[in-house]
Design a protein around this ligand. Sequence first.
Ligand code: GLC
Length: 460
Amino acid sequence: MFLAFPRKALFPLLLILSSLTPLQAQWAPLAYDSNAGQRIAWWREARLGMFLHWGVYAIPGRGEWVQWDEQIPTDQYAKLADQFHPEHFDADAWARIAKAGGMKYMVLTARHHDGFALFDDPGSNFTAMKSAAHHDFVADYASAVRKAGLGVGLYYSPLDWRFPGFYFPDLYRQNAVELREQYQRQIGELASNYGKLDILWFDGGGNEWLGFGGLEFTGSGWRTRPQSKPYSGRFDWQDVQTVARLRQLQPDLILNDRTNAPADFRSREGDGALGDFDNQHPWELCTTITEGAWGYQPNAKVKPLVQLLRLLVGAAGRDGNMLLNVGPRPDGQIDPAQAERLREMGQWLGQYGESIYGTRGGPWLPGEYGVSTHRGTQVYVHVLHPPRNQTLVLPALPVRVVSAKLLQAGAASGNLPFLQTAQTLTFNLPAGPVDEIDTVLKLELVGPWTTSAVVPVPAP
Ligand code: GLC
């Protein structure tokens, strides 16, 4: 609120750096305690989740950053709460749409950077309980999602644009401490009042964003801090203590890496950040189902099915998850065009899901041909770019292939001819129209594939 810099001017450096270095820890190290592998196991199998960005910013319908982008004074923005009465809010309907889309977990913005809490926090004046709706949406959401058998996830932003102490944690120390108190109190409320949670998805926490987007005062002016040099003043978010308490309250909870505390998985953001294969660190690509913002924008263009499914296949083949975002309307409904796209994804997954759910990336690394996934003795080759002559040649695996078939309606039982030598595996793909989305070959190996082993595929 004191800084009149447009948001876009503040973040390019961070964005460029993070898109170039997708495998490096961005905010937090990963947790390597003895339960880490067991905690994350269900999530790795789940592969696809639904993200929901929803709050009072749905009313103006210009995205969740509208307050910042348009520099709307906080007292004026706060009045949106008086108009917030989502008459068609139905958490069961959200969960049904997620299930129909083949999603296995959901993550709802309990509170975004604007500070509006979708839950009951008696310590804040800017909550759904004190809005026109007088309702705790997180309560309905958590029980509906749980009842639907999906993983219950909440997004939470420690930063809050209403606090000057966030921008200047040293100058406005007392205010920064109040922000931290809000963070600790609200995390405590979320962890205590809504039953068992499965995911806490942090955003805008940690020292990377503290002091806002890495601005520092050099004595002669403001400049953007390099990403390798986060905020280093005297204010402490106390992420490590806060997250330790959170884990005490919710021992099975998994967390992403956007605070300074040890995390369970890494976040990659946006279609362009699919990045490299990584089967060492659990990771998730979050992206939007529409072009544009994460929060509701009327008439936002829904991305084509082929684009969304190829992102999912691309993530699975790089050994990651995908968290696909919808921004419900101010009335609480998910836009029908978005729900329809999700149903189409779910239909595809109904047919090809065995090549995605419960698989790990590899044995072949991604390449010109596409990607691969495996589960035990089964290997799936996702041919995204079929060779022109229908002959796909991959480096041989050290484990013998006993059969190959096309995973396709009508062709499921037909064996696919292939040739196996010490060096190569050659498949003759059927002639005819190429599958626009993904031609999936299912191979059966003589023994299980060891997930940690990978086979590079040289460029043709
Ligand atoms: C970006 C957006 C933010 C959104 C987040 C989700 O950082 O700026 O609004 O919540 O992505 O990862």
